[in-house]
Design a protein around this ligand. Sequence first.
Ligand code: G3H
Ligand code: 13P
Ligand code: ZN
Length: 310
Amino acid sequence: MPLVTTKDMFEKAYAGHYAIGAFNVNNMEIIQGIVEAAKETKSPVILQVSAGARKYANASYLKKLVEAALIEAPEVEIALHLDHGDTFELCKQVIDDGFTSVMIDGSHLPYEENIALSKKVVEYAHPRGVVVEAELGRLAGVEDAVNVSAKDATYTDPMQAVDFVKRTGVDSLAIAIGTSHGAYKFKGEPELDFERLKTITELLPNYPLVLHGASTVIKEFVDTCNQYGGDIPGAQGVPEDMLKEASKYGVCKINIDTDLRLAMTAAIRKSFVESPSNFDPRKYLGDARTAIKEMVKHKIVDVLGSNDKL
Ligand code: G3H
Ligand code: 13P
Ligand code: ZN
């Protein structure tokens, strides 16, 4: 089937209290691992391309690789999404290229500027059948948001979220409740602001929310990286139970990039050490693809609950 938008995916996920995985793609093996996992578990999936990924692979390659995935897995619903679009021009370009979903990330801007930019993207995207995600609030770093006033300064304000959605017309909203990008999300005990999530869900009923920075930072991969020459001390992600809990509220899209990077790096490091005489990239990239596939299957079945939904 052709690429789809996230509209139906989110409606079903909301009603069924599960979430759709949005996985960042940078190369062929990552796309193959994710799509094979989605196919085997009968799950819809979002493939997302960041500005950095688009720059790395150039504008055409990733789109063409995703088109190949549509041919190889015609039964899988796949949405192609721009992750963290930072300008109207970039959003316009990928919409013109055939992406079915874009994120405009104006979360660093003053509130009214975030509204104006997000609205401008919606006005370009909607007549072309493309859906838009925006972000309100700042994703905390490890040091941020340790006390209530810091939380209020950085996390998504529930009343503002209602006003933002109404005034921009965006189709989904990324919120800040304590997650952060990368492998170092918490210093002490992991904590998300579920009260805030509950309030936002109540104020925006039937509206899909997005959780960025949602990798669990799988210990097995971190340990394998460290065992085979890596140096990734003190990495910590969002516990699986918290993600499951979030999808009981309004969270319909869960973003995962770091776990893909860790799966790939762990498999390649291990392969290099265990097969020192090998220099065929198909061996270690093949190992990485298998690791990604198994990891994504685990996410779909045991964390997101999006299996058997095609
Ligand atoms: O949220 C950011 C994603 O992990 C993408 O990262 O900009 O390095 O591709 P990137
Ligand atoms: P992680 O760094 O937790 O994988 O988050 C990825 C993300 O939010 C991409 O937009
Ligand atoms: Zn993100």
